[in-house]
Ligand binder design. Structure first.
Ligand SMILES: [Zn+2]
Length: 430
């Protein structure tokens, strides 16, 4: 897992113009309310000072010599991890390619390369088929009105405490890992651009996001800290084994994000709860539908994207009304296609699997924390099937995806149906 893309991907599209305008206004006002100087930045002591620091070249050269001679492998790996960390930390994602190419050139020579992006896990075709069967229902649920949009602001301290508590409610070790990530000043909360958690090998994770106090940024923080807990707990495995497979990394993040949202919903008053649940319903449909569409689009277009193909896939996945509301070049809005090709399916996989995992937690709250700690601690040493097996989740089985999609539709429709009921109660003359 290299790129935490959920922020920019989850919150796009399927909105009416008025909702978009309202959100822009909220975002603008929230900027004024959060004082950026109160937000934390990375503690970079011990890392490189600047892109032109000659130490980079010295370390690259040293790592190359060590790896080729095989004389001091741990030191070489540590140097490469530091270079990786620096490459992301310093330039803020604007020009990552150049330094990563240099680092990877050394790594490739020594066969210490990042693994190639894995193909879709077993069962991803079944996932897409099941989503397409209920896609129109999800799309309609996403488009229903949101009567009480959440405009509340969360201070950094409140958001931090909430995210630590949510992670701890899944497993005490996860809560401790998140808390430690904050305390070690590994979070940069005022970094423009896409949110991201960099594994940085055995140096442990570094997290960046652009925190503005809104619900969206609280949940982005929760998502990224889910990645951070995964990497903190698997860090003892060493740099070669601690980096989880993308679908599992996104699952850990989605579970933390949804546990945080559930905590907020449980504590909200009536009006705020309605807004939070509407947000969850819309986000659920957005994430699942969009990423299934993007995955199918990648497969069908085979590197030659075409607007007509995109519209056909939108129609096949979310129905005719969705296709009529969609722009032909809608696929261009998604950086995942160019920044992390072949990984779009992982977000749909993760969001559905997070629902299933949280249902398992409700069914057996005593056993879940141990299993969740083991899941996070396994890092990159397991693929999807053995990692999820302790939860009795079999992603290769079509029946699993059928159940997971039904759970998603039920969650979206329950919220929407509740609102429809309230509407009819408040307007008895209709
Ligand atoms: Zn992510």
């Amino acid at each position: 897992m290299k790129i935490g893309l959920v922020g920019p991907l989850c919150f796009l599209k399927f909105r009416t113009a008025s909702v978009n305008r309202r959100e822009r206004i909220c975002r603008h006002s929230s900027r004024a309310m959060i004082n950026a100087s109160d937000l934390p930045v990375w503690n970079l002591s011990g890392l490189y000072k600047g892109r032109d620091d000659p130490q980079i070249d010295q370390d690259l050269a040293e790592a190359g010599v060590l790896l080729e001679s095989g004389a001091d492998h741990p030191r070489a790996v540590s140097l490469l991890a530091r270079l990786h960390a620096f490459g992301t930390l310093y330039d803020g994602g604007r020009n990552e390619g150049a330094l990563h190419k240099r680092v990877n050139a050394v790594a490739l020579r020594s066969k210490v390369a990042d693994p190639p992006p894995p193909g879709p896990a077993p069962g991803v075709d079944a996932l897409c088929t099941q989503v397409a069967m209920r896609g129109a229902d999800l799309w309609i649920a996403a488009g229903r009105p949101d009567p009480h949009p959440v405009t509340r602001q969360w201070s950094w301290e409140d958001a931090r405490a909430l995210v630590v508590e949510a992670a701890g409610s899944l497993a005490p070790a996860a809560g401790q890992a998140v808390d430690r990530t904050f305390r070690e000043e590994r979070v940069h909360a005022r970094h423009p651009g896409s949110p991201l958690t960099h594994p940085a090998g055995d140096r442990g994770p570094y997290v960046r996001l652009d925190y503005d106090g809104s619900l969206k940024s609280v949940l982005t923080l929760a998502h990224e800290m889910g990645h951070a807990a995964h990497q903190m707990l698997s860090r003892p495995l060493g740099v070669m084994a601690c980096d989880p497979r993308p679908a599992l990394a996104e699952t850990a993040a989605a579970v933390n994000e949804q546990a945080t949202l559930r905590l907020l919903i449980a504590r909200a008053g009536d009006v705020e709860r309605q807004g939070l649940m509407a947000w969850r319903r819309r986000n659920l449909a957005d994430v699942i539908l969009r990423h299934v569409m993007l995955h199918r689009f990648e497969i069908v277009s085979r590197g030659r994207p075409d607007d007509a193909v995109w519209l056909r896939i939108v129609e096949q996945t979310a129905g005719l009304r969705a296709a009529r509301a969609e722009k032909g070049d809608g696929w261009r809005a998604y950086p995942v296609l160019t920044r992390a090709p072949g990984s779009a399916w992982t977000y749909a996989f993760a969001r559905l699997t997070a629902l299933a995992l949280l249902a398992r937690r409700e069914a057996d709250p005593a056993a879940f924390p141990r299993k969740w700690t083991e899941f996070l601690s396994a890092g990159g040493t397991m693929d999807e099937r053995p990692a999820l097996w302790p939860f009795l989740i079999e992603p290769a089985a079509s029946a699993y995806w059928q159940d997971a999609v039904e759970l998603a539709v039920a969650e979206a429709e329950t919220e929407a149906a509740g609102w429809n009921r309230r509407l009819s109660l408040s307007r008895p003359w209709r």
